[in-house]
Design a protein around this ligand. Structure first.
Ligand code: FEO
Length: 395
């Protein structure tokens, strides 16, 4: 059994999951996902996080092969979500003298998930741990997904172990480090990963980035996706932008449609956007596009136009669900437009206006509402809405 050495005496011991359809049972994984873990072999040995329990067996075999009879001294737990903590109990059974390194929040979760309350080494902000040649330092990064999250920095070789931060969907296909692959697809999907998983926590991400700036970083070992080396500046700048909810010029149109009437309004608005110079237009029928991809585009583009039929005097259920996901993530500073249709009494457009007010977004253009299939009568209004949005985002 052979494992990839990603830096001197630092080995990649993560696993790929091409079996699950949904991450967190919510987010599609068309290209799978990796659960990354790293083993450092120094005078002391240290493992950084574990993997989903489904892969515990192969994971433990990789570690045993590398240790080759040596004991495992430390498990450093940067994140307790089960995709990373799932194998801790089995690891502890195999290495009972192991010291588990984490913070006070980590240990509450460790006891809750695994019933482990002994053999702990608690660390606080700025604490260090000597492994021999290498020295580690711990930085708390609460809410860079969960409250117990921390980053660990190898001060010797300037390696950042960043928990979920800078992670992305997509299993690794042999290559582990960005320098040995074309990582473009991973970078693209890192926006979907960020917006779906970390998107709510812009301010905590900002605080964590600020801490990291005090250190020289040559390598980022995230818990999902490639090890970053040559594309670190790109990932740092992406996180800076996403965590501030800054977006590119472009428009996301998301609509639901029962009989095709709202859909035709979306088509008219998209044509108008195009005619008025908007190059980036991401159009989603919410019944076809998984919300995961729509959220990713909403994080990417500064314009958002949503269309909904009125359904039982409410917003169409699928659109309601999308609005809730946006609201949960507290997405800031979007230009908003809305439209919709109804058969006997309109309500969806008014309710979407209330949503935009709650989000504190600027509403652009006049909302357009269509009765039955009267697109011909409202075409000019759809066109005007597209033109108004283009005036904001055409760049
Ligand atoms: Fe990859 Fe928040 O766990």
């Amino acid at each position: 059994m052979k494992s990839k050495e990603i830096a001197k005496d630092l080995f990649y011991v993560g696993v790929n999951d091409r079996q699950k359809s949904l991450f967190e049972n919510l987010w599609p994984l068309p290209a799978g996902v990796s659960y990354n873990s790293y083993l450092m072999i120094d005078q002391k040995t240290a493992l950084f996080d574990t993997v989903d329990i489904c892969y515990a067996d192969i994971f433990l075999k990789k570690i045993a092969a590398l240790l080759d009879g040596r004991k495992l001294d430390y498990l450093i737990v940067n994140h307790m979500e089960p995709d990373h903590s799932g194998s801790i109990r089995m690891l502890k059974e195999q290495y009972p003298d192991l010291k588990i390194v984490g913070n006070a929040q980590t240990f509450k979760m460790l006891e809750g998930f695994h019933g482990i309350a002994e053999g702990l080494h608690e660390v606080k902000e700025g604490d260090t741990l000597d492994l021999g040649r290498r020295k580690l330092q711990f930085l708390m990064a609460p809410m860079v997904h969960w409250p117990e999250v921390m980053f660990t920095i190898d001060l010797t070789d300037h390696i950042l172990f960043s928990a979920d931060a800078f992670g992305t969907f997509g299993a690794l296909s042999g290559n582990v480090i960005d320098t040995e692959m074309n990582a473009d697809a991973f970078i693209q999907d890192s926006i979907r990963y960020y917006s779906n998983i970390v998107g709510k926590y812009g301010n905590p991400v900002q605080r964590a980035l600020k801490k990291v700036k005090d250190f020289e970083i040559s390598t980022i070992c995230t818990l999902h996706g490639p090890v970053w080396r040559e594309r670190i500046p790109e990932m740092l700048s992406l996180y800076e932008r996403l965590s501030r909810y800054e977006a590119e010029d472009g428009v996301t149109i998301a609509y639901g449609s029962m009989y095709g009437n709202t859909e035709q309004m979306a088509e008219a608005i998209a044509l108008s956007l195009s005619e008025h110079g908007v190059r980036n237009i991401a159009m989603h029928n919410t019944l076809k596009s998984h919300a995961s991809y729509i959220l990713s585009d909403i994080f990417r583009y500064r314009g958002l136009i949503i269309g909904s039929p009125t359904y039982s005097n409410q917003i169409y259920p699928d659109i309601e669900s999308l609005l809730s996901k946006i609201e949960i993530r507290e997405v800031k500073n979007r230009y908003f437009g809305c439209f919709g249709s109804f058969s006997w009494a309109g309500a969806a457009v008014k309710r979407m206006g209330a949503f935009a007010e709650r989000m504190n977004w600027e509403t652009v253009g006049a909302p357009v509402e269509q009765r039955q299939g009267t697109i011909a009568e409202r075409f000019d209004d759809c066109w005007a809405l597209g033109a108004a949005m283009a005036g904001k985002v055409a760049g």
